[in-house]
Ligand binder design. Structure first.
Ligand code: ATP
Length: 256
């Protein structure tokens, strides 16, 4: 069974002028896959992520996560499903600055009433994997952007959700921190079999994925697979982006 199955997904934003943000998008993700989504500005990437995240409702089509359709659940059941089955990582990190790094990391476990000892040992284990063990007692304003994003990764993964959704996770980072964060994603993907869906404009970040899906004007355009060579994959991504056209911003933000 795929972890994520998106079938004929369409989204129309109704208004004075209605916008077709997604049109018949279908794809699936298997357990342990790391998939990137790229496309020009306004092509529907965030809409796709929000519909998968159940933050937004589709106009038609279906999203199945672990064989269940969260859009058909009651609000309470969907909220619980989101908390248990999904992990979120954002461009702005979204950490709480009144909490320590450790308290931020264990937040999903706190909400689930996990005993303190268990939370501490899980936090220590995941922090070690991500190389942030020394930071656990610090506050967010005492650590770098890359360290904040690693903290966000730890928080998103500590409860071992079925699917991690990342929205421009390197968008606020310099190139060195971006690479460190992508290495962290990669190792969590390989060692923990974490299934990761990531929207990005950053071709270097995308080159860490197994597969990159390109969308244009709300439609599936193409997908490419990495194979063994990340450098060659990076070049293929750049070629596909120039074929796609769109906003020049997409190519100007490429950090080599
Ligand atoms: N809440 C909304 N109401 C109306 N239209 C919207 C809304 N959100 C997005 N859109 C429109 O839907 C289309 C897709 O937007 P979306 O934000 O998904 O694109 P994107 O690929 O994520 O863009 P970017 O790379 O600039 O973040 C755009 O035309 C956008 O203007």
């Amino acid at each position: 069974m795929p972890v994520l199955e998106v079938s004929s997904l369409s989204k129309i934003y109704e208004g004075k002028i209605s916008t077709r943000a997604l049109q018949g998008v279908s794809f699936r993700m298997e357990r342990g896959e790391f998939v990137g989504v790229m496309g020009p500005s306004g092509s529907g990437k965030t809409t796709l992520l929000n519909v998968i995240a159940t933050i937004d409702e589709p106009t038609s089509g279906k999203v199945m996560i672990e064989g269940r359709d969260p859009h058909r659940m009651s609000d309470d059941a969907a909220a619980l499903f989101r908390r248990r089955e999904l992990g979120f990582i954002f461009q702005q990190f979204n950490l709480l600055d009144t909490l320590t790094i450790e308290e931020n990391i264990v937040l999903p476990l706190t909400l689930d009433g996990t005993p303190v000892r268990e939370m501490e040992s899980k936090a220590a284990a995941i922090a070690q994997r991500l190389g942030i063990s020394e930071l656990l007692n610090k506050y967010t304003y005492e650590v770098s952007g890359g360290e904040m994003q690693k903290t966000a990764i730890a928080r998103a993964m500590i409860h071992r959700p079925s699917l991690i959704l990342a929205d421009e996770p390197t968008g606020n980072l310099d190139s060195k921190s971006s690479r460190e964060v992508m290495e962290a994603f990669s190792s969590m993907n390989q060692e923990e079999q974490a299934t990761i869906f990531m929207v990005t404009h950053d071709a270097v970040a995308a080159s860490y994925c197994h597969r990159v899906i390109f969308i244009k004007d709300g439609k599936f355009y193409n997908e490419i697979y990495r194979g063994s060579n990340r450098q060659a994959f990076f070049q293929k991504i750049i070629d596909m982006l120039s074929l796609l056209g769109g906003d020049i911003h997409d190519l100007s933000t490429i950090r080599l």
